[in-house]
Write a protein that binds this ligand. Structure first.
Ligand SMILES: Cc1ncc(COP(=O)(O)O)c(C=O)c1O
Length: 506
């Protein structure tokens, strides 16, 4: 017998916070108040940050007594603003140019309402129904953009770190299945590869020595000759190059490794090719720069982070594999969740299409819906044009840096980062007035000073052991003028801080 809403007993008041048809008014009111609260906050923002120190950020948070609820959403939102929102970092602000955080597109925020409200879990078909196929369709579509064949497959993950981990897990188990002893396995990547490769090797029990890094060339791309020499040499030490991780968009320089050349070497040495396109994956939809990923279609696996260059809210990433059968390495059957099909090798019509069979996670957010609504409302070309904009912006900002006599450009921008440092005038003209250590210290102080004043956020990194600053440009609404103002602030701050350095500090 079905129970109609009219025949249900009234819901006790203490259950009013649950998402439920009888609480639809409460839900709408709460959501509306939240959206207005955020829009109001957005309207007051004029800088990327207020420059709060960790001590000042911690104090109001730890003072909250979590055993004493406020009950009322308005009061809780007001408190939330005090403890976090009023001083948060805003990625849509043009002077935010620090890490790989993007402003997010509104269609994806619309999807978030449904992702959280319905709370579908993408592990099994019986928890997501059509959601399973939304995710699968997006996986197939992305694999098509990569240029993979009909056997391709993949899975949404929580981020590039998890995608890279799963890729290397598949590569490890592929090598072990072919008879290679685990302790002999090596992963080769460039010295500019992402640190999640090292983390993955540790988590996979391969050990910290398992990642062999090869140098980058003058363009900060993996040096093919060095890779060839390494792959030749490893077997001589009794080691097996199980995988090469090529990066399509390194975190600092946006460099795209020579994917075709790396694929040739992987083929010759029987190594799995993983392309970490966490950052450069947005080029898959670029109307003008897709060719820069040429060779990606020869990979065994590819990481794409939609929460970087596809302007999606965290989290949204995918691992795509050329041969879907390799995903079996993460398959495990449990009677209570995804029982083994009657005919595991064939087509079992009763077998449910369970995405958990392809994933490291069990319960998993329906992040795919964000990309789905983004594509259905905006379309891929528009997203790709946003990518083009930030790449053009970085090129222009890079030339401004190169033309500035107190700024030193580390390398020409390749994607949307600009790595540079401030070098005060008299450091060159009147001899080494500031030694290398002083210059290093200066970069750190410039960065902190900018943050504390709230006027801009830049990142810090090291190039050949020396401190540099980095702009990561992922805001298609930022203009060259916005970024020129940020550079002016770097120079003005740098001059003031340099002038304040004591003889000893220099
Ligand atoms: C090249 C590259 N790979 C992987 C990652 C890790 O991605 P996530 O932060 O989503 O885990 C990053 C993050 O910046 C990255 O730049």
């Amino acid at each position: 017998m079905t129970t109609t809403p009219a025949s249900r007993p009234p819901v006790p008041p203490d259950l009013r916070h649950l998402f439920h048809p009888e609480h639809a008014d409460h839900y709408v009111a709460a959501m509306r108040s939240g959206v207005h609260h955020l829009a109001d906050a957005l309207g007051r923002v004029s800088d990327p940050a207020t420059g709060l120190s960790p001590e000042h950020a911690a104090k109001p948070v730890v003072d909250v007594d979590l055993d004493e609820p406020l009950g009322d959403p308005a009061q809780a939102l007001a408190e939330m603003s005090r403890v976090w929102l009023d001083d948060t970092v805003w990625f849509h602000e043009p002077a935010y140019a620090a890490h790989l955080n993007c402003p997010v597109v509104i269609p994806a925020l619309l999807a978030e309402v449904f992702v959280s409200g319905v709370n579908a879990s993408l592990d099994t078909f019986d928890q997501s129904v059509g959601g399973t196929f939304v995710e699968r369709h997006l996986v197939d579509w992305t694999a098509g953009r990569i240029g993979f064949g009909p056997d391709a497959d993949g899975i949404f993950t929580s981020g590039g770190t998890q995608s890279n981990l799963q890729a290397l897990l598949l590569a490890r188990d592929h090598a072990v299945a072919a008879g290679a002893p685990v302790e002999q396995l090596r992963v080769v990547t460039s010295s500019d590869g992402h640190f999640s490769v090292q983390k993955a090797a540790r988590l996979l029990g391969l050990g910290d020595d398992a990642v062999v890094t090869v140098p980058v060339d003058a363009d900060r791309c993996l040096d093919l000759d060095a890779l060839a020499a390494t792959l030749e040499a490893l077997p001589g030490y009794g080691l097996v190059p199980m995988a090469v991780v090529a990066t399509a968009g390194t975190t600092d320089f946006g460099a795209i490794d020579p994917l075709g050349g790396v694929a040739d070497l992987c083929e010759r040495h029987g190594a799995w090719l993983h392309v970490d396109a966490a950052y450069g994956g947005g080029l898959l939809v670029s109307p003008t720069r897709r060719h820069r990923l040429a060779g990606i279609e020869r990979a065994d696996s590819v990481t794409v982070d939609f929460h970087k260059t596809w302007f999606q809210p965290v989290s949204s990433s995918a691992l795509l594999v050329a041969d879907g059968s390799t995903l079996r390495h993460v398959t495990w059957h449990a009677d209570y969740l995804n029982p083994e099909p009657a005919d595991p090798d064939g087509e079992d019509p009763a077998a449910a299409p369970n995405q958990v069979d392809k994933s490291l996670q069990t319960t998993r957010r329906f992040d795919a819906l964000k990309l789905w609504l983004t594509l259905r409302i905006m379309g891929p070309d528009l997203i790709g044009s946003y990518v083009d904009r930030v790449v053009d912006l970085a090129a222009e900002v890079g030339s401004r840096v190169a033309g500035h006599d107190e700024l030193e450009l580390a390398a020409p921008p390749q994607l949307s980062t600009v790595v540079f440092r401030f070098r005060p005038h008299d450091a060159g003209a009147h001899g080494p007035a500031y030694d290398d250590d002083a210059l290093d210290a200066l970069q750190g102080r410039i960065r902190t000073d900018l943050y504390e004043r709230g006027t801009g956020m830049v990142a810090a990194t090291r190039v050949e052991g020396r401190a540099f600053l980095k702009l990561t440009l992922l805001n298609p609404m930022a203009t060259v003028e916005d970024l020129s103002r940020l550079l002016d602030a770097v120079v003005a701050g740098g001059r003031a801080l340099a002038a304040g350095m004591t003889e000893v500090e220099r």
